[in-house]
Design a protein around this ligand. Structure first.
Ligand code: IMP
Length: 507
């Protein structure tokens, strides 16, 4: 019975991922890592139809200044995941990041060391000092996309023996003698040319002879097309972009023009009229053509609200982020595991009653790799992570050495540093009056690809233990158990002597 004078109390405690473990199922002989597919739907689909957008791996990066810029987005899309470029920046800057991802071609680089024909060796010396690159295209106007007139390489000059006033036009390899390629060439074909002609680099030009890229003689394997890459119909990398409930009328058209494949509302609370308005505006303006996720919510009611408003996917999680202090500041939130379980149930009921499957994304609170697997087993279609990606070379935070350890900056969107007040907008004053997140360090972890591969190999290995070869299989067959605190203790190395610190000196 509903009481007028007290809140509804949900008696089940709010649980986190670390409170669960998976039980092994029978592992069939065909259940080996090579047979596992981690393909997952990104946007809603009707019963019996496939999702129009899918990911090869169920990982997305958080809509945060310290996480999802263009370099991280490129690295993650190349591994089969997806980034949502942060929206707490001017519209033009966000669009530029989106554009950089869409224009990225593996192994094709825009030249950053260019000179005009009338430049001399003194200019060469200065440019070399600044960029460290000895291959210098000579273009009519000295720009990266000017008409290509020749190329200068370290074989053409000896700075200490030559007159620094010598114009580069006298010593460059002129266009007529260059081996070059035309735009549209594949990386494999470019590499073949490089090997055939024993080149160090190959300029790629457009029809009007304007320079587009350079392809360098590098390890072809490093850039080989990856079958798992997240790519669009034109083979460009896919990228998402965050939007907010304040300036969406101006921001969304610019992001779409820049090539964003999918949008996501960046908000700490998705169960709001503001999100309903935004989604209605998108459907009015663009129909179903534009893909947009919404969130965040933590229960079935919130999910249904956003699904009915037309969200293409729904993001789950309030207060579980590693940098988040929302629960301390406002007492709002829910343990991430409970939130995912509740929302997944509502998603399945919604599917049963409407025939529409709306994917859910578990956002925040992933600490250990196996938490990703738990989130998927609990019904998430993919996860979003901030802390995880903030530790990599490709993320925007500075890498520092502190007390002998390498760390990387990671700051919350609700911190004073990011000042993303749009994310916390609840009407009224447009200001961040108190912080909902912190500005901290995370342990630096190196290259994204190496870390993602390791994470995926753990996930695949655990899926073999569960006797499943796909995420859908995992969701239907996984068995989860709630753990006690002593079970957690039993799970680590215990009752043994650590070689590093427990032995007394002299032993
Ligand atoms: P993490 O993966 O545990 O680090 O969590 C990342 C998630 O935390 C993001 O995707 C956001 O949903 C959330 N988040 C980002 N900034 C803040 C904040 O200032 N307060 C609360 N949550 C935040």
């Amino acid at each position: 019975m509903l009481s007028l004078y007290m809140a509804t109390i949900i008696s089940e405690p709010s649980r986190t991922f670390s409170e669960f473990l998976l039980l092994p199922n029978l592992t069939g002989k065909d259940c080996i890592p090579d047979n596992i597919s981690l393909k997952t739907p990104l946007v809603k689909n009707k019963r019996g139809e496939n999702s129009a957008l899918t990911l090869s791996i169920p990982l997305s990066s958080a809509i945060m200044q310290s996480v999802s810029n263009h370099t991280l987005a490129i690295a993650l899309a190349r591994c089969g995941g997806l980034s949502f470029v942060y929206q707490s920046q001017p519209i033009a800057d966000q669009a530029e990041m989106v554009r950089k991802v869409k224009n990225f071609k593996a192994g094709f680089v825009a030249s950053n060391s260019n000179l005009k024909p009338e430049s001399n060796l003194l200019d060469v010396k200065e440019l070399l000092g600044r960029t460290g690159h000895s291959t210098m295209p000579i273009t009519q106007d000295g720009s990266a996309n000017g008409k290509l007139l020749g190329v200068l390489t370290s074989r053409d000059y000896r700075l200490k023996d030559m007159d620094l006033g010598t114009p580069v036009s006298q010593i460059m390899t002129p266009f007529e003698s260059l081996v070059y390629a035309e735009e549209g060439i594949s990386l494999r074909e470019a590499n073949d040319l490089i090997w055939e002609h024993k080149l160090n680099s190959l300029p790629v030009i457009d029809r009007s002879r304007k320079l587009r890229y350079l392809v360098f003689r590098q390890d072809y394997d490093e850039h080989r097309e990856n079958p798992d890459e997240s790519i669009d119909a034109e083979k460009r990398l896919m990228v998402g972009a965050g939007v907010n409930t304040r300036d969406y009328r101006e921001r969304i058209p610019v992001l779409l023009e820049a090539g964003a494949d999918i949008l996501c509302i960046d908000s700490s609370d998705g169960f709001s009229d503001w999100q309903r308005d935004l989604l209605a505006w998108v459907r009015d303006e663009y129909g179903e053509e534009i893909r947009i996720g919404a969130g965040n919510v933590v229960d079935g009611e919130g999910f249904r609200f956003l699904a009915e408003c037309g969200a293409d996917f729904v993001k789950v999680g309030v207060g579980g982020g590693s940098i988040c202090i929302t629960r301390e500041q406002k007492g709002i939130g829910r343990g991430q595991a409970s939130a995912v379980i509740d929302v997944a149930r509502a998603r399945d009921e919604y599917f049963e009653s409407t025939g529409e499957y709306v994917p859910i994304c578990s956002d925040g609170g992933i600490v250990l790799d196996y938490h990703i697997l738990l989130a998927l087993a609990m019904g998430a279609d993919f996860v979003m992570m901030g802390r995880y990606f903030s530790r990599f070379d490709e993320s925007p935070g500075k890498i520092l050495r502190i007390q002998g350890n390498y760390v990387q900056e990671y700051w919350a969107e609700g911190s004073e540093r990011a000042r993303n007040w749009q994310r916390y907008y609840v009407g009224g004053e447009e200001a961040l009056t108190f912080e909902e997140g912190v500005d901290i360090y995370v342990p630096y972890a190196g290259k994204l690809k190496d870390n993602v591969n390791l994470t995926l190999s753990k996930i695949k290995s655990a899926m073999c233990n569960c006797g499943v070869t796909s995420i859908a299989d995992l969701q239907s067959k996984a068995r989860l158990t709630v753990v006690s605190s002593t079970t957690i203790r039993e799970g680590g190395a215990h009752d043994v002597i650590s070689k590093e610190k427990d032995l007394p000196p002299g032993t």
